[in-house]
Design a protein around this ligand. Structure first.
Ligand code: ZN
Ligand code: ZN
Length: 357
C-alpha cells in the first residue's frame, strides 16, 4: 500500500481546512493512513511531518507495519507524547470528532502549557477512504469472491432440521480455511418465521420444513470487508412467497440500475423503495437500501431516504432491499457494487434466481 501517497493527499485536506496538524487514533483510519493494525496507536500530522506513536508492546509491529511516518515508542500516554512534539508554537490541531470520547477530549484540554487549539472535525479521513484506490479494489474483489465461495459452500448444509448456527459455522469455518482474517460481522442465518427479523443472528433453532432462509455474511480479508445476502427457500415456495421474492429482486435490480456518478444516495434508495411501493410491500421494507463498505463494514455513504451524498467513481456500496412480513418470513438480497465512471459494476458473483432446497 502506498501510505505516503495517502498521507500526502490527507495533508492537502489539512491545508484546505487551515489546520497545522491532525491527530489520528481511530483504528480503521490508522490502518488506512499508515498500515498499523495494533490497538494503541496515534498518528500525528504536524505541518510537513508525520510521526506515529505507540507503546512498548507494539515496537516490532509498528516498525514492520507503519509506512510513511517516523515511529516513536512513547513511555506514557500517546497524547502527551504528541503534545510535547507539537511544542510551544501555536498550532491548530484537528482530531476525529466522530471517534473521540468525552474522556479523551478532556485529556486533550489538560495538555496545558501547550498552545494547541484543538479542532473537532468530522469525516475528513472518511472522505478520502470512501473512494477506493486500485490496491484497495484488488483486495475488495478478493474479499468479495471469498465471501461468495464460502456462502456457496454453506448453502450445501441448508436443509430442514439443521440448526441455523450449524450453517453459520460451516460458512465461518470455510472462511477461516480460505484464509480470512475473520468475519465482518456475526453471520446472519434466519430461517422460517425468524427470516422476518432483519438482523436475525444465527440461533440454535433448527430450520423448519418449509420457508425462507436469509443468509447475510461477510469475510474480512487483509482488513477489507465483504458483505452479501441471499435468500433461499426450503421446500416449494408458494405463489405469494414467490411474488414477494420477485418484488425484492426487482427492487434490488432497480437500485443497482440507479447507481451512477452524480446520483444522490437518496435517489438510489428511492429507486428500490418505489418498486416495493408498487407491489404494496414498502411498509415491510424497514431499513435503508445500502451502505458503503471497506475497512469497516458500515461506512459512508449511507443509502437512506434522505441522504444527499453524491455517488462518485471508486465508491463501493451495497444494494440490499428486503421485506419482512411478521410471522410469515422475510427476504433480503444484497450485492456489493462499485461505482464506475459510467455507471456501476456488480461485484458479487452469485445468482439471484430463487433457489428451492
Ligand atoms: Zn449484509
Ligand atoms: Zn450490508
Amino acid at each position: 500500500m502506498d501510505y505516503l501517497c495517502r498521507q500526502k493527499t490527507f495533508q492537502q485536506t489539512l491545508g484546505a481546512e487551515r489546520l497545522n496538524g491532525f491527530v489520528v487514533t481511530h483504528p480503521a483510519n490508522l490502518r488506512y493512513l499508515c498500515g498499523y493494525t495494533g490497538s494503541n496507536g496515534l498518528l500525528l500530522f504536524l505541518r510537513e511531518r508525520r510521526v506515529f506513536f505507540t507503546d512498548g508492546r507494539y515496537t516490532e509491529q509498528a516498525r514492520d507495519e507503519v509506512g510513511g511516518a517516523r515511529v516513536v515508542i512513547a513511555r506514557g500516554p500517546l497524547l502527551e507524547a504528541a503534545g510535547t512534539l507539537v511544542g510551544a508554537v501555536k498550532a491548530a490541531i484537528g482530531f476525529e470528532g466522530d471517534h473521540t470520547t468525552v474522556a479523551t477530549a478532556a485529556d486533550m484540554r489538560k495538555l496545558v502549557g501547550k498552545k494547541i487549539s484543538w479542532k473537532p472535525t468530522s469525516g475528513l479521513i472518511m472522505g478520502q477512504r470512501m473512494i477506493k484506490d486500485a490496491e484497495e479494489m484488488k483486495i475488495i474483489r478478493e474479499a468479495v469472491s471469498m465471501g461468495a465461495a464460502v456462502y456457496e459452500h454453506a448453502l450445501r448444509s441448508i436443509r430442514a432440521g439443521v440448526r441455523e448456527s450449524e450453517v453459520a459455522g460451516e460458512l465461518e469455518f470455510a472462511a477461516r480455511r480460505a484464509g480470512a482474517d475473520g468475519m465482518a460481522f456475526d453471520t446472519i442465518v434466519a430461517a422460517g418465521k425468524r427470516s422476518a427479523l432483519p438482523h436475525g443472528r444465527a440461533s440454535s433453532q433448527p430450520i423448519p420444513r418449509r420457508g425462507f432462509v436469509v443468509v447475510d455474511s461477510g469475510v474480512v480479508l487483509h482488513g477489507y470487508c465483504s458483505d452479501m445476502t441471499r435468500t433461499v427457500h426450503v421446500g416449494r415456495a408458494s405463489r405469494e412467497e414467490r411474488r414477494w421474492y420477485d418484488a425484492v429482486l426487482e427492487a434490488q435490480l432497480a437500485g443497482i440500475a440507479a447507481v451512477k456518478p452524480g446520483t444522490t444516495a437518496g435517489a438510489v434508495d428511492h429507486a428500490a423503495r418505489q418498486v416495493l411501493r408498487r407491489h404494496k410491500l414498502d411498509r415491510f421494507f424497514t431499513h435503508s437500501t445500502g451502505h458503503g463498505v471497506g475497512l469497516e463494514i458500515h461506512e459512508p455513504p449511507r443509502l437512506g431516504k434522505t441522504q444527499e451524498e453524491t455517488l462518485q467513481p471508486g465508491m463501493v456500496i451495497t444494494i440490499e432491499p428486503g421485506v419482512y412480513l411478521p410471522d410469515k418470513g422475510g427476504i433480503r438480497i444484497e450485492d456489493m457494487v462499485l461505482v464506475t465512471k459510467t455507471g456501476c459494476q456488480v461485484l458479487t458473483p452469485v445468482s439471484k434466481v430463487l433457489m428451492e432446497i
